[in-house]
Design a protein around this ligand. Structure first.
Ligand code: PRP
Length: 214
């Protein structure tokens, strides 16, 4: 039996996903050691391998088949646009992709003005403004703390993830428009899906049951 390899997006996503896997009997004891510097973890008995990667790299590992299965946010899937199958909405990590800014920016979105949009997600932002709103905008790529954009005068608005809304609130910004809802997803390499159909379908079916039970 060959290994089935899981790539997990580092952080909260991976932690919640591992808990969910435990519920269906997929465990990995060596991963629980907080001090380990190991990168790849193995469950020999079940022939599963796990590794943690930066979120945006998860679809890359899965597209190239270096991982059979990936756990990643829908935001990353949309932004990366990789050739992978999205097979399951895991339900956790719920948040929204939104256009945000100061209240004064509201009207800039209504009159199709040429505005500046700062974001970590240029592809999602471009798709939203060009294809859905038919508004020509200048997109400025940032790598984090995107809320700074309108505050320091880099951009008129931002396209970013809103979870609790507290970052916006504490910085005098608000949601102006919703782009799409987001949750964690399971993705699969198309070739793995054929080669390991039985094992992968079983994982999906068991996870579905866990999700349905809430
Ligand atoms: C994300 C996102 C927002 C914040 C939203 O940032 O980009 O800044 O969380 O969460 P809230 O609505 O609950 O306040 P993250 O912490 O990932 O860091 P980043 O600034 O590097 O994007």
């Amino acid at each position: 039996m060959r290994y089935i390899t899981f790539a997990l997006g580092k952080g909260r996503l991976a932690k919640t996903a591992l808990k969910m896997f435990e519920e269906i009997g997929i465990t990995c004891e060596e991963m629980k050691d907080k001090d380990t510097r190991k990168l790849v973890f193995v469950n020999e008995e079940l022939k599963f391998r796990f590794f943690l990667a930066k979120g945006p790299d998860v679809p890359t590992y899965v597209e190239y088949g270096a991982a059979d299965i990936g756990i990643v946010g829908r935001d990353t899937i949309l932004e990366e646009g990789r050739n992978i199958y999205e097979v399951l909405d895991l339900g956790f990590g719920a948040c929204r992709m939104c256009v945000c800014g100061p209240e004064s920016a509201k009207e800039l979105l209504q009159h199709h003005e040429q505005i500046r949009v700062a974001t970590k997600y240029p592809k999602i932002a471009k798709d939203y403004f060009y294809n859905k709103k038919h508004q020509t905008v200048e997109i400025i790529k940032l790598n984090g703390s995107v809320e700074l954009g309108p505050i320091v005068g880099l951009s008129d608005v931002i396209v970013d993830i809103v979870e609790t809304g507290s970052t916006l609130k504490e910085n005098g910004l608000m949601v102006l428009e919703e782009v799409c809802p987001l949750t964690a997803r399971m993705v699969v390499n198309p070739v793995s899906m054929k080669l390991e159909q039985k094992r992968i379908q079983e994982i999906i079916a068991r996870l579905r049951d866990v999700i349905a039970e809430g």
